[in-house]
Design a protein around this ligand. Structure first.
Ligand SMILES: [Zn+2]
Length: 510
């Protein structure tokens, strides 16, 4: 039998324990057909075989971003970005918005993304009154880099129906002037409230964003994503289905459902098609000292998901919510034991060793974001209390305890480049040079596994993805060099040169 495509003269890091290194990968019918040495070339080469000489470059299994937000990424690529590279003050934000308003008809929405109050000269979030100074004739929705906060100007507040009398929606916070009770424009965790009230991005803009996002992921060697958006519901599912069918999204997609999506799923089941069903994503947070959703309610939800034989994905960042998440999972699993549940905690940012041990004994996985250390390290050092800082993204501690850890970018919160995440997990270095918890460093190969075989494991797809072995999907990335052999500092500068999905070359560097 001959191959459709052969990559040879490569340094292949297979992540297959039975055969860790090779020189050649042969592909047939979209799958890996053989893994071998250069001299095997003759055996697999036929008349129609395409042969690529990799000239010593490194082949890895395609990266799997185990936690990202694809639609938000798409929007961020078409919406104006007011991140720290562009604006340094609220004054700058006003200037940018004024400029945008000039090119828009009166009354049309201005949506801008990426502001980060930590890097603004005023060191605070803008308010409605700041934005009103930029324009009062266009409604404005300004989204924080985290996606968890928005600022609206006065006109936008009127249009979405938020006034002094509006009560807080569940899980959300309307920040108010202390004396008058007047909303100041800053809204926390009200993304789904706003999604129902702010008109969506135009179809052509959105589809342009989707294509740009798809290309961006391919150019980074990402062949699979796990979308962890809590807005994911039946409608979102159909949109993804359509984007896949028309080829706007090239990578493989595993979609988690939000709570609403989960309720729909229970009522009518989804036609699965090309989209893989991930877990059910529940955001657990502590805002102004209160747990949302409240403990008993969360327990109910988790129990229901568990009974539906789906995977629970609990978003927990703070020390308290990580503790609550683990104790609720423990409770539910004791009540109704289930093997191979692969429940996961997303972020698990502050995690003490004793919690790590508990997660390991429960078989709960952690999906973490090593690139946060790189992009946010400077801010963590300045703002996270010391007692918590010593348990911040403790990847080595988790691994040592026996927890399976996978990684995602959480893009567009930070850029999606897995090599930055791998670099950060290996170096524990921030972009600005500070080192955060050097004792939590892990070896490059372990860091790669978080984006490949362990990421595949988190979505129950390890039989078809995550390593280079005969029979697995031919999803591969060719890198400029070997992350396990270059110096640590060089890891972050490595580049994807070619990305292959199902045996098709879907991206190559010019
Ligand atoms: Zn997220």
């Amino acid at each position: 039998m001959t191959a459709d495509l052969i990559l040879y003269n490569a340094s292949v890091l297979t992540l297959d324990a039975a055969h860790p290194r090779a020189q050649l990968v042969a592909i047939r019918d979209g799958k890996i057909f053989a893994v071998g040495e250069n001299e095997d070339l003759k055996e697999f080469k036929g008349l129609r075989t395409e042969v690529i000489d990799c000239q010593g470059r490194t082949i890895l299994p395609g990266f799997n971003d185990a936690h990202c937000h694809f639609v938000a990424l798409a929007k961020s690529l078409v919406n104006p970005n007011l991140g720290p590279t562009k604006v340094h003050s609220i004054f700058d934000i006003q200037r940018e918005i004024r400029e945008l308003a000039q090119n828009l008809s009166l009354g049309s929405w201005i949506r801008a993304d990426g502001y980060n109050e930590f890097y603004l000269a005023e060191n605070r979030h803008p308010t409605r009154w700041d934005l009103d100074k930029a324009t009062s004739s266009h409604p404005i929705k300004l989204t924080h880099r985290s996606g968890h906060a928005h600022v609206l100007n006065s006109l936008a507040l009127i249009l979405v129906g938020i006034s002094r009398e509006t009560p807080e929606p569940p899980g959300g916070i309307i920040e108010r002037d202390l004396e008058t009770g007047e909303p100041n424009g800053l809204l926390y965790d009200m993304g789904s409230f706003l999604a129902k009230r702010v008109p969506p991005l135009g179809d052509s803009e959105l589809s342009q964003g989707i294509k740009l996002a798809s290309q961006e992921l391919l150019s980074l060697g990402i062949t699979s994503i796990q979308d962890a958006s809590s807005e994911n519901d039946f409608q979102r599912w159909q949109m993804f289905q359509q984007w896949k069918e028309e080829g706007s999204i090239k990578c493989r997609v595993s979609l988690m459902l939000g709570l609403e999506g989960f309720n729909q799923y229970q009522a009518e089941r989804l036609a699965l098609g090309e989209i893989h069903l991930g877990g059910v994503k529940i955001i657990l947070q502590e805002t102004t000292g209160r747990l949302s959703p409240p403990r008993e309610e969360l327990k109910q939800i988790v129990r229901l998901i568990q009974q539906s034989h789906l995977q629970v994905a609990l978003h927990a960042v703070e020390e308290t919510t990580v503790e609550v998440a683990s104790s609720i999972l423990e409770h539910i699993l004791q009540d109704s034991p289930r093997t191979n549940h692969r429940h996961r905690i997303e972020h698990c940012s502050i995690c003490q060793p004793k919690i790590a041990k508990r997660l390991a004994s429960l078989g709960v996985m952690v999906v973490t974001q090593p690139a946060f250390i790189y992009y946010n390290g400077e801010r963590y050092l300045k703002t996270v209390p010391k007692r918590q800082l010593q348990h911040l993204y403790p990847i080595a501690t988790l691994l040592k305890a026996g927890v399976k850890v996978a990684a995602g970018s959480d893009c567009p919160v930070v850029p999606s480049n897995p090599l930055i995440g791998i670099y950060a997990a290996v170096s524990r270095k921030a972009e600005t040079g500070e080192v955060i918890l050097p004792e939590e460093r892990i070896p490059p190969l372990e860091a790669i596994r978080m984006y490949t075989d362990l990421a595949a494991y988190t979505s129950f797809e390890e039989a078809i993805k995550g390593s280079i072995a005969p029979g697995k999907l031919a999803d591969l990335v060719i890198l400029s060099d070997d992350p396990t052999k270059v110096s640590v500092e060089e890891i972050k500068d490595l580049e994807a040169e070619m990305t292959i999905i199902g045996g098709d070359i879907v991206w190559r560097k010019d």
